[in-house]
Write a protein that binds this ligand. Structure first.
Ligand code: NAD
Length: 411
């Protein structure tokens, strides 16, 4: 559905008004024009916050092309606003897979110099469809799943250009994955269901950066949180954070709500559906819609209907019902409003600085996955503290000397 331009403009204005770090970078970009003459293909969840990034890259002199990184996470009002501001955009909430892939092809057809990717679908398309670097100086990657795919590409020796792993920058995963996914996943679940979390057994699959955030927020709302894991360290961490840990088959028997955030596939599948309690809610905040097996759910269900917007009811032959939220796609952006604006300020500030870095150095960087340069990570941290009125101590000369010496020990 076409979005509402006036509403979109207000949403973008609201986002930009709460993104001081990115806005500071945009002002510098406007003056310095570091992307002048370059084309940027950005494949991201197209929301108001994303428009703020697109406008910052354009202010830097780039010709920006924007496409959705997921068929269900687009805000059509934001699309109307960013198109109106002159950024060609391929995104529509609820678009078909054919439309989605056409969007990827369209931004690639612009012969980009730089790629901003979220989930690595565009980078994968370059490697399968074009198979050559062309003008591309490099790409940046926003999320864990995209980084996992890039690592596999790097390992295969086929990576055609340098990529920057924005996800693993401190200023990204410590805040976006944990606090951003934590808060917005709850937003999505509550908006979709209007149900109470307190008193519910809430199973969180995966105790990574996102899982920690989701578990903490569910606990904060009075949920009885159970964690499932395959990593012994993370399992212990979850236990010592106060949560019960058990295999999914046991957890599924008690669950009122299951949230998957593993980045892996088939986390909740037929064997689990067989033991679910009646009415269990199934939500996913991992990048792809593969964590709750829709194939198994559809195969086992004898009836299916839409119970509410973003809530699909599946009825099994014994009468039990399971409710899949947002078609198993990212519940926080599909059914909720996505990450809080201030969180995306940090993530997109890193994206903007990393894109500038690739524009300057991409042609001479090794063909591998690079971390965000530490100086950029710290620049974003310092810029974020300023508007919050938080000041730091400066180490004394004595402290600098002490921290750099090996001689001082027991006194
Ligand atoms: N919803 C969002 O807005 C959003 C934001 C950031 C990241 N993500 C996505 O969320 C997913 C998780 O990201 P992360 O940063 O937390 O990753 P992470 O690597 O820090 O954590 C994933 C955790 O899942 C565990 N895991 C893997 N397979 C499992 C299984 N079969 N059962 C139980 N646990 C399993 C891993 O051991 C790990 O601890 C990724 O797909 C990422 O792209 C989504």
């Amino acid at each position: 559905m076409p979005g509402d331009l006036a509403r979109g403009r207000l949403k973008v204005e609201w986002a930009r008004g709460h993104m001081p770090v990115l806005e500071g970078i945009r002002r510098r970009f406007e003056a310095e024009q570091p992307l002048k003459g370059l084309t940027v293909a950005a494949v991201l969840h197209v929301e108001a916050k994303t428009c703020a990034l697109a406008l910052a890259l354009r202010a830097a002199g780039a010709d920006v092309r924007l496409a959705a990184s997921n068929p269900l996470t687009t805000d059509d009002d934001a699309v109307a606003a960013v198109r109106d501001a002159g950024v060609p955009t391929w995104a529509e909430k609820g678009e078909s897979l054919a439309q989605y892939h056409a969007g990827l092809r369209a931004v690639l057809d612009a012969d980009p110099d730089l790629i901003v990717d979220d989930g690595a679908d565009l980078v994968a398309l370059v490697h399968t469809r074009v198979g050559q670097r062309g003008k591309i100086r490099g790409s940046t990657e926003e999320t864990t799943t995209g980084v996992t795919r890039l690592r596999a590409l790097e390992k295969s020796g086929k990576l055609l250009f340098p990529a920057i792993d924005v996800n693993d920058a401190a200023m990204k995963h410590l805040f976006d994955n944990r606090y951003g996914t934590g808060q917005s996943t709850i937003d999505g679940i509550l908006t979709a269901t209007n149900l109470l979390i307190a008193g519910k057994v809430c199973v969180v699959a995966g105790y990574g950066w996102c899982g920690k955030g989701v578990a903490a927020r569910l606990h904060g709302l009075g949920g009885d949180v159970v964690v499932t894991e395959i990593d012994p360290v993370r399992a212990l961490e979850a236990r010592l954070d106060g949560f019960r840990v058990m295999p999914m088959l046991d957890a599924a028997r008690e669950a009122d709500l299951i949230v998957t955030v593993t980045g892996n596939t088939d986390i909740v599948r037929a064997e689990h559906f067989r033991v679910l309690k009646d009415g269990c809610l199934l939500a996913n905040s991992g990048h792809f819609d593969v964590e709750v097996s829709k194939r198994d759910l559809e195969g086992m269900a004898v009836a299916h209907r839409t119970a509410r917007p973003n809530v699909e009811e599946y009825r099994f032959s014994d009468g039990r019902r399971a409710y899949l939220l947002a078609e198993g796609r990212l519940v926080n952006i599909s059914a909720g409003q996505g990450h809080p604006v201030e969180i995306m300020d940090l993530s997109f500030a890193l994206q903007a600085l990393s894109t500038e870095h690739l524009a300057k150095h991409g042609r001479t960087m090794d063909l591998k996955l690079h971390p965000v340069p530490e100086a950029l990570d710290r620049e974003v941290a310092r810029a974020a503290l300023g508007p919050m009125g938080i000041r730091l101590d400066e180490p004394t000369k004595e402290q600098v000397k002490y921290a750099a010496a090996w001689e001082g020990g027991t006194t």
